[in-house]
Design a protein around this ligand. Structure first.
Ligand code: MUC
Ligand code: MG
Length: 370
């Protein structure tokens, strides 16, 4: 039951509304889907997502697919997927960086290995500690009134009571006003956090964060550019509200530096940033040992990619900020025949073998790029 072939597709999925980040507004989200097939015809599936082509980060969907096909796939053919740890270790000797491509391939190997063993993937990752996790939703319509309506409806449905607000576009004090209006509308019913996606300089961050902290916001994600570790260190020292590193907190080496210099009080985990599922657990251990709080982050994956995240996050002892793996809820359609369950302010870890999701191959055909 060794690996016979690998296929990688780029898929564009429309969103239910525009999703505005400081650097890009998503109306069509691009994901990369991998399928690794063994000699018996079993298939392991995986997904990574990117935001706005090359605008959010360096890994574009086209580069992920090309680099995986040319530089990683040749190391898989003929190998036993159950040896995914060894395979990915060997790959790391030939491929530097490319964390999204590595995460994509390792995910498919783990899904296939779990299917061969008839086990849920989390059992290959140490076993799950949690059956469900608190789930945040991102308010990012670009309009305060629409965000308030959305928040109230989701509270009413008991789907989310943690809201992350995307800010950083335009004047910082206008951003603060927007956040405080939403805070006033939801009151104590919900916890609010903000993601600035690197949009502020340090001086702007001083006055804006002070106002947000006074207004009861509970976390400020990546207020400064990803390279500004010293600025993040000064903000962490200055404020008691949690300062979270996201774009500046990628692999184990960066997390170690952040921990050592307290260049943040919390970390957004993402499998694609760490370079895989096992690497995400490594990163989480470093952060945990240093007393950094954790968040189960997303790049806005569809149900397959979100299930992968959930299988990893469920094995971690504590996520102080819960998870934001809400991706499937932002899409107009899905690539799987089953859905992830979101209810009672929690997301439930998908059960079943592998990552617990079944691909709808007709849908994949429909949405993939030709
Ligand atoms: C990011 O920067 O965290 C996660 C949620 C969301 O709305 O955007 C992403 C990316
Ligand atoms: Mg972020």
């Amino acid at each position: 039951m060794n690996i016979q072939s690998v296929q990688i597709d780029i898929v564009d999925l429309p969103t239910i509304r525009p999703h505005q980040l400081s650097m890009h507004t998503i109306t069509m989200q691009t994901i990369v889907v991998a399928q690794v097939r063994d000699t018996e015809g079993l298939v392991g599936w995986s997904e990574v997502a990117t935001i706005g082509g090359a605008s959010y980060g360096e890994s574009t969907p086209e580069a992920i697919k090309a680099n995986a096909e040319v530089y990683i796939v040749p190391h898989l053919i003929g190998k036993d997927p159950k040896q995914f740890n060894r395979i990915m270790h060997d790959v790391s000797k030939f491929v530097s960086g490319n964390t999204f491509a590595k995460a994509l391939i390792e995910g498919a190997l783990i899904d296939l290995a779990a299917k061969q063993r008839q086990l849920p993937a989390y059992d290959l990752l140490g076993g799950k500690i949690h059956d469900a996790l608190p789930i945040a939703w991102t308010l990012a319509s670009g309009d305060t009134g629409s965000d308030i309506e959305e928040a109230k409806e989701l509270l009413h449905q008991k789907r989310h009571n943690i809201f992350k607000l995307k800010i950083g576009v335009g004047d910082a004090m206008k951003n603060v006003e927007h956040v405080l209006k939403i805070k006033e509308a939801v009151g104590d019913q919900a916890r609010l956090t903000v993601d600035v996606n690197q949009a502020w300089d340090e001086r702007t961050a001083y006055y804006a964060i002070e106002a947000l902290q006074d207004g009861g916001v509970s976390m400020i994600e990546q207020p400064l550019p990803k390279w500004d570790f010293e600025g993040m260190q000064r903000l962490t020292e200055r404020f008691h509200v949690s300062i979270m590193a996201d774009e500046g907190a990628n692999d184990a080496h960066e997390i170690f530096q952040i921990a050592k210099h307290r260049a943040g009080s919390s970390i957004a985990l993402k499998i694609c940033k760490a370079g895989g599922l096992l690497a995400t657990k490594e990163v989480a251990s470093i952060a945990r040992a240093a007393g950094l709080e954790l968040y189960g982050g997303t790049m806005i994956e569809s149900s397959l990619g979100s299930a992968i995240g959930l299988h990893v996050y469920a094995t971690l002892p504590e996520l102080q900020f819960g998870t934001e793996l809400f991706g499937p809820l932002l899409f107009q359609d899905t690539l799987t025949t089953n859905d992830i369950e979101y209810r009672d302010f929690q997301v439930h870890i998908p059960e079943g073998i592998g990552f617990g999701m079944t691909i709808d191959e007709e849908k994949l055909k429909h949405y993939k790029r030709q």
